[in-house]
Every structure is written in C-alpha cells, then in structure tokens.
Write a protein that binds this ligand. Structure first.
Ligand code: PLP
Length: 408
C-alpha cells in the first residue's frame, strides 16, 4: 500500500460521512445536483486569514493571488479580509472588477501582457508589475496616448531562489521580471517619464514548507530591495515580498511553521536598512489562503479488478484535478490526501487505486492507497483542492466539461 497525503485540519465526520463546515457531503452533493463538485469552505478561508493576521507583523499587507482560485464566491469572501489582489491577465482583471474590488487595490504581474490589457489596467488604476523594459516602453506609450499617469512597479528577477520550493520563479535565466543589474536604469526611466513609482515586486518561488527557507528568502529580498533603491536613487514606496507559503499535500509533508516566519519578519522589519525606512510591505499568497479550504467530490461509477488490483472508477479525474493526478509540475507521482467521503469513519480494508473517467493512464487520483471497501455510488473526496484545481485543469479534455463549484 502506498501512503496518502495528510488530510487538512478543520474537516469533520457525522453519521459515518465527511462533513465540510458541519454539512454532510451527501447533502452538499444533493444541493449541487451533481458530481463532480468542488466545495470550498468560507469558514476555513476566514480562519486561515485570521491566523496569518495574528502571525504576520502589524502593517504587512496581505494580498491574494487570484490565479489560485478565481471562483466568484472566493473573491467575495476575501474582498474584506485581505488588503490587495494580484492578477496575471486581463481575464483576471475582468473577474476582480466584476467582483466589485477597487482596482487601486490590485496589482498585475505576468509576462506577455498585451497592449489592450495594459491600457485597461492603466485606465482603472491597477499597479503594473513590469516584467521587461519592452513592456515598460509600451505602457508608457499607451499611458501618454490615453492621457493617464500609470502606476508602475518593477518585478525583479532575484539573484537567489526560494530553496525547497515546488516551483522556482527566480534565480538564473527566467521569463519573469528584470535581471537585477538592469533594474536601477528602468526605475530611473519610469520616474523620469512621470509615472507613479510604486516600488518592487520580488517573488522567488512557491510551495515552500520550510520556515527556514522562507525566512532566508525574505531577508535576501529586503537586502536586494535596499540595494536596488540605493543604486536607483529612489525610495521604495511598496515592496511586494512575494510569498511562497506552501501547504502539505503529500505523505510526510509537515505544515509550515507560520508563527516562526512571522516572528522572523517582525525582527527584520524592526531593523530595516535606511533605504527602506518609508516602505510599505506586502505578502502575496495563493494556495496558502485557499488550498486546504477546498474538497473535490467525485462519485464512484464502477468498481473493477484487474490482475488482482482494485480500481475505483470515478466520474471525475485529472480534467478537474490535474495536480492530484501528478501531472502539474511534479517529478515523482505521490498521493494527495484522498478518502472515501461516504465511509469516512470506516477502517482501511483494502488496497485500491482511484482513477478518473478519462481514457488515459495519467488519470489517477490515488495510487494503491488503503481505503475502506468502497463501491458504486460512494463519494470520493480529494482534499487540498481549493487552489489550482478547477481553473488549472483541462476541463474540456475528452469533452468532459467543468465540475460544479459551491461555497459553504
Ligand atoms: C502564482 C503566483 C503566486 C501564488 O503562488 P502560490 O504558490 O499559490 O502562493 C503569487 N505571486 C505570483 C507572482 C505568482 O505567479
């Protein structure tokens, strides 16, 4: 038997079935009218924000990177709970505007911003995190054409990366941000052009579980920003310190020691280099805010045996949960936290693989895990489904279409 990932805290059981925010999964499936279904818990998201607020130094702003989960009720939940929103496309700009989020609380990063996206962002007061000199020149031209003052920050490709991170976004040749040595010139250019100078965005990586690595990266980020400010001869109004806070997905993963990260950051901020004396700081997080607050529910439609192995075939799969299938940036496939939601209190009785309904061997939600004996009609729960699930999976593959989504 292969181990399964750790089920996040905050879920319950009643009448032998999984409960989400106290509600029976069967009732939730009935309310949605179908499976597969993503259920997100407002209470778990709010609890996570509260824990971050308590751990992070006062005055450090908290931003949500909406690419983790742009579902409207998730945005509505976070509307008053976080300080800012980070977007990475014009489509995401539409989503934050539709949710009534003030564009002045929004920043826009990401390579390959098109002219129409830049123009719309400038027109509504979004801060652009510039990814290159070419992008800077385009946005300055557009702003002049439209008679507007753009709000501009520079995304820096740091000369270090976030150690142990699942996805490296800095260090070495990268499509993201500007190499360190070219940053001061661009800052001077932006200021000379009369733009509103907003500061730096330095994002070194994602999905780190080690407090030590995050603490080290934050220290390096502060040093780098101070050095760049001195070289550019400009103050740094805002410094986006990146994020990278990870959640435990796999067997043996330990949760991040958030309180340690917060305490170390408080110490650093109490002893800032002079160049950052007037700077306001923010942290941008995606999965840490919402990942553990979501569950993917899918119904078993067939139970079959092949060469002595049990396969539980579900009506869901990698078209909604690409990451759980091991096909979203992981090298070695390991099991997510997966359980039989309708036999949640039962002991492990057999080894089984949970597979999806797609006609590809990649479509596996759990490989040779230990489960209670489950049958057709039972509901499987895949945890840690609140981030990079519904919108980060190829829903149209094989004509399957999207899953239902609901907030409780
Ligand atoms: C993807 C991304 C994030 C969010 O990453 P998580 O691992 O979900 O926290 C934050 N900032 C930037 C620039 C990103 O590209």
């Amino acid at each position: 038997m292969k181990p399964l990932g750790p089920i996040p805290a905050g879920y319950g059981e009643a009448a032998g079935r999984l409960t989400i925010d106290g509600q029976d999964v069967l009732a939730l499936v009935e309310a949605a009218g179908r499976t597969p279904l993503f259920v997100y818990s407002r209470a778990l998201i709010a609890a996570r924000v509260a824990r971050l607020r308590a751990a992070l130094p006062v005055g450090v702003a908290l931003h949500y990177a909406i690419k983790a989960n742009p579902f409207r009720p998730v945005l509505d939940t976070l509307h008053d709970l976080v300080d800012g929103f980070d977007i990475a496309s014009g489509g995401e700009l539409d989503k934050v505007v539709a949710a009534g989020i003030d564009p002045r609380r929004v920043s826009f990063a990401g390579p390959g911003k098109r002219d129409d996206e830049l123009a719309r962002a400038v027109a509504c007061g979004v801060t652009l995190n510039l990814e290159s000199e070419g992008e800077a020149e385009r946005v300055l031209r557009i702003a002049e054409r439209d008679g507007r003052v753009p709000r501009l920050a520079v995304r820096v490709n740091p000369d270090f990366d976030l150690k142990g991170s699942g996805m490296k976004m800095g260090g070495g040749a990268k499509p993201f941000g500007l190499d360190v040595e070219r940053v001061p010139d661009l800052v001077r250019r932006i200021v000379a052009a009369g733009a509103e100078w907003r500061g730096f965005h330095i994002f070194a990586g994602s999905q780190a579980l080690s407090a030590e690595h995050i603490i080290e990266t934050q220290a390096q980020t502060l040093q780098l920003a101070a050095r760049l400010a001195e070289q550019a001869g400009q103050p740094v109004p805002h410094l986006n310190l990146g994020g990278g806070f990870g959640i435990p997905y796999f067997p043996g993963d330990e949760p991040l020691d958030l309180e340690r990260v917060g305490a170390a950051l408080a110490e650093r901020l109490a002893d800032l280099p002079a160049a950052l004396a007037g700077t306001r700081f923010c942290i941008e997080l995606g999965r840490y805010l919402v990942g553990e607050a979501g569950v993917y529910l899918t119904r078993i439609v067939d139970r079959k045996i092949s060469h002595g192995e049990v396969f539980l075939v579900t009506d869901g799969g990698l078209h909604h949960q690409l990451a759980a299938s091991g096909n979203f940036g992981t090298v070695v496939r390991r099991n997510y936290p997966v359980a039989i939601a309708t036999r949640y209190a039962d002991p492990v009785e057999e080894e089984a693989s949970v597979v999806g309904c797609l006609c590809t061997p990649l479509d596996r939600l759990a490989d040779k895990g230990g489960f209670p004996r489950a049958d057709v009609g039972d509901i499987v729960a895949v945890f840690c489904a609140g981030a990079y699930g519904a919108t980060a999976s190829p829903a149209e593959f094989l004509g399957q279409g999207p899953a239902a989504e609901m907030m409780v």
